[in-house]
Design a protein around this ligand. Structure first.
Ligand code: NDP
Ligand code: X2W
Length: 344
């Protein structure tokens, strides 16, 4: 397939290039920029010398729509909302990494994102790209809304418990930590080295934009779904998310029963590894498309503790985007993604 990347100079964009270089069905990768047209990508990213020789091109939506089989939109909020209408008229399958089309209800999007929602007909057409749980719809989609990085880790971690009606949906608390690449490549006060090094920051308490995305999916899985408490933290690492979820149990009363439920749920899904014994660390999925999960049941409190880790730039962004493009094009979902985590 011929592939185009809009926002190729960003962190999601260069991660797409790294992964797509290993994809056996990709014949061409073209890169687009709103500010650096005609420059080689190596002028921004010298580590790509002799690896990728592409020159950044200015965006032409007609060309994007007609010349490519897949267009990855890896740009800031609002860009996909502007481009998608024209792109949908062409042949390309579209995978949008931003949050523009994830939230179905425009008023909810506007309340949490503080900006105008995208055209409702396009959002209605966009399939939520949580690959493991939405494969059938993704495989028929023309446009996929790739999930946010936190919701990917959180929803994969909660899904088996929710779908088996094993937890009280009013009791869900999510405590999550992320590395700085989650904020993109542009420096900001929060991610400045001297602000975050040897420190830990809590942010957007009870107002993070991923909250409605999590709640929307939970409500599709369970009639009992309710509001969740979601608390994000920034920790001093470049990549990685660890999401820790707590919930009161309504069935199953041992850790082993819970592990069996999770093992069964993810048996057929190569990128979700339910651990045998012990909680995963973010480093154990670094640079890979894996989501590793482990859980424990506490009989004293009747609560379940679930831990889910991903690399935010891979399973949380570029990797899941390619997994979705594979499903949309009828390829093996693992194509181009079978990376062993970089360890240590
Ligand atoms: N970083 C992460 O962990 C994750 C990111 N995402 C989402 O993916 C998207 C990309 O994120 P990330 O790569 O981190 O962000 P970056 O800020 O690193 O990169 C975004 C890129 O978008 C391009 N861009 C800016 N304005 C425009 C425009 N008007 N039209 C077209 N392109 C534009 C810029 O390149 P140029 O100036 O060359 O055009 C820039 O390099 C965002 O929507 C983000 O929310 C989703 C999940 C995880
Ligand atoms: C550290 C940091 O700022 N992380 C980002 C992660 C967002 C993201 O990457 O996903 P979206 O596509 O939904 O924007 C945040 O908390 O907003």
């Amino acid at each position: 397939m011929k592939v185009a990347i809009v926002g190729a100079t960003g962190y999601g964009g260069i991660e797409l290039i790294r992964l797509l270089r290993q994809h056996r069905h990709v014949t061409e990768i073209s890169v687009f920029s709103s500010t650096q047209a005609e420059a080689p990508l190596t002028s921004t990213y010298p580590h790509l010398q002799d690896v990728y020789k592409g020159i950044l091109q200015s965006m032409d939506t007609e060309e994007l729509a007609t010349e490519y089989d897949v267009v990855f939109l890896s740009a800031p909020p609002g860009v996909a909302a502007t481009l998608a209408g024209n792109l949908l008229e062409g042949k390309a399958a579209i995978v949008d990494l931003s949050g523009d089309f994830r939230i179905k209800e425009p008023s909810i999007y506007e309340a949490w994102y503080g900006r105008e929602a995208a055209d409702a007909t396009i959002t209605g057409q966009a399939v939520y790209g949580l690959s493991e749980w939405n494969q059938e719809q993704i495989s028929k989609a023309k446009i996929v809304a790739n999930p946010g990085c936190y919701p990917t880790a959180i929803l994969l971690g909660l899904a088996p418990a929710v779908k088996n009606n094993g937890i009280d949906m009013t009791s869900v608390i999510i405590d999550a930590k992320t590395g700085t690449t989650g904020a993109g490549k542009n420096p900001a006060p929060m991610t400045h080295f001297s602000e975050m090094n040897e420190s830990m920051k809590i942010y957007n308490v009870n107002e993070h934009k991923h909250t409605p995305e999590i709640e929307q999916q939970l409500s599709e899985w369970s009639e009992e779904a309710d509001a969740v408490t979601f608390t994000p933290h920034l920790v001093p690492m470049s990549r990685g998310i660890m999401a820790t979820m707590y919930a009161t149990c309504t069935s199953y009363s041992s850790a082993q029963e819970w592990i069996d439920v999770y093992k069964a749920a993810y048996e057929a899904h190569p990128f979700v590894r339910v651990r045998e014994d012990g909680f995963p660390a973010t480093k154990e999925v670094y640079g890979s498309n894996y989501c590793d999960i482990f859980l424990d049941y506490d009989a004293r409190t009747n609560r379940l503790t679930i831990v889910s880790v991903i690399d935010n730039l891979v399973k949380g962004a570029a990797g899941q985007a390619i997994q979705n493009a594979n499903l949309m094009n009828g390829f093996e979902e693992t194509e181009g993604l079978e990376f062993v985590p970089i360890y240590p």
